[in-house]
Write a protein that binds this ligand. Structure first.
Ligand code: ATP
Ligand code: SF4
Ligand code: MG
Length: 315
């Protein structure tokens, strides 16, 4: 099975503009991320707030331009200058906040038809048919098309967010905290819908979340990120049950305590490292219970270990 997308050493820096007495600063949001995704697979990304999960999604989509590194789609390297056009049909994104991500002034039909208008293969009649079809796929009556986003509940809005992502029949949907703004009972409905859509259409999901048990539940493979880099990657259940990397171990032992807007590593002991000044050696070195001299000097590469990849000198 081929990969839908692959990244090689993806780096994304943000430059914070300085002031009169303040120099410019660089936020090291992604520090060399090499990942891939197979067709029909759900790849989960976990890690605390600020570790670069959303930045990875945006950079893969071409919403942010990578500082360096390569992105491949269907085995072909993507030209950064036309990346957004290349990814548009293949990859769509569902955002965390269904209240903010839909234009309140537009009817649902108009919101859903918008991406189709860019595609000359769709006549106006085709667009109407496709919108009706996609509303059905997400479990909504076609009458919802005549409503405005503000008239819908959070769960219904997120169904529209998913419908908007589905409408161009992408191979992969990036779900950035798709259920964290919803009530628990609605979360279950949305997760069930996502699973059904994957079973029917073989879509791949890149599922980004703080919620480790949720990621374990929905994902085939899981990536544990810290400070813009991959610490451990492999089969989701194995990593959840038998974490190897010291950071994965810390994350799994504090399940249930991860605070959505907490700074990086807040529930762990010690001060969180800043993405403005990441440690020279291992990115986790300033809070790792197993740190030694080498960890402080050299950054461990992501190395194969059984059917996983782990970045730690001690494994
Ligand atoms: N547009 C931007 N300009 C400057 N810094 C940014 C920008 N977007 C993200 N960052 C910084 O990049 C780092 C990674 O942020 P990102 O939003 O990707 O993290 P995240 O893992 O998605 O966090 P959360 O779980 O809170 O959504 C953070 O330090 C953040 O402050
Ligand atoms: S490389 Fe060293 S500091 Fe980093 S996770 Fe492994 S033991 Fe801890
Ligand atoms: Mg985010």
């Amino acid at each position: 099975m081929g990969y839908i997308w692959e990244t090689d050493n993806l780096v994304k820096n943000f430059t914070l503009s300085g002031g009169l007495f303040r120099p410019k600063q660089t936020v090291h949001a992604l520090q060399g991320v090499s990942l891939y995704q197979a067709e029909g697979e759900t790849l989960g990304i976990v890690g605390e707030s600020g570790c670069g999960k959303s930045t990875f999604g945006y950079t893969l989509m071409g919403i942010h331009q990578a500082t360096s590194g390569s992105i491949y789609m269907n085995g072909r390297q993507v030209d950064p200058y036309v990346q957004r056009d290349t990814t548009r049909d293949m990859m769509q994104m569902v955002f965390q906040n269904p209240y903010a991500s839909l234009n309140p002034r537009l009817k649902i039909n108009t919101i859903l038809e918008e991406p189709l208008e860019l595609n000359p293969n769709y006549t106006p009649r085709d667009r109407v048919i496709r919108v009706k079809e996609v509303l059905e796929q997400v479990g909504l009556d076609m009458a919802f098309g005549e409503r405005y986003a503000h008239e819908l509940s959070g769960g219904q809005r997120q169904r529209i967010g998913i419908a908007r992502a589905l409408i161009m029949q992408p191979k992969c949907i990036i779900l950035d905290e798709p259920i964290s703004a919803l009530d628990v009972s609605i979360q279950v409905q949305i997760m069930t819908l996502l699973e059904r859509l994957q079973a029917l259409y073989g879509i791949s999901y890149l599922f980004i979340s703080h919620d480790l048990p949720m990621v374990r539940y929905i994902s085939h493979r899981m990536v544990v990120m810290y400070l813009g880099a991959v610490m451990e990657e492999g089969p989701a259940l194995d990593i959840y049950e038998f974490p190897q990397h010291p950071y994965s171990k810390a994350l799994t032992t504090m399940v249930g305590q991860v605070v959505p807007r907490a700074p990086i590593g807040a529930p762990l002991r010690g001060e969180p490292a800043s993405p403005l000044h990441p440690p020279k050696g291992c990115l986790f070195s300033d809070r790792c219970p197993e740190v030694d001299r080498r960890c402080l000097e050299e950054r461990p590469p992501l190395r194969e270990w059984a059917d996983r990849r782990i970045a730690c000198w001690h494994i």
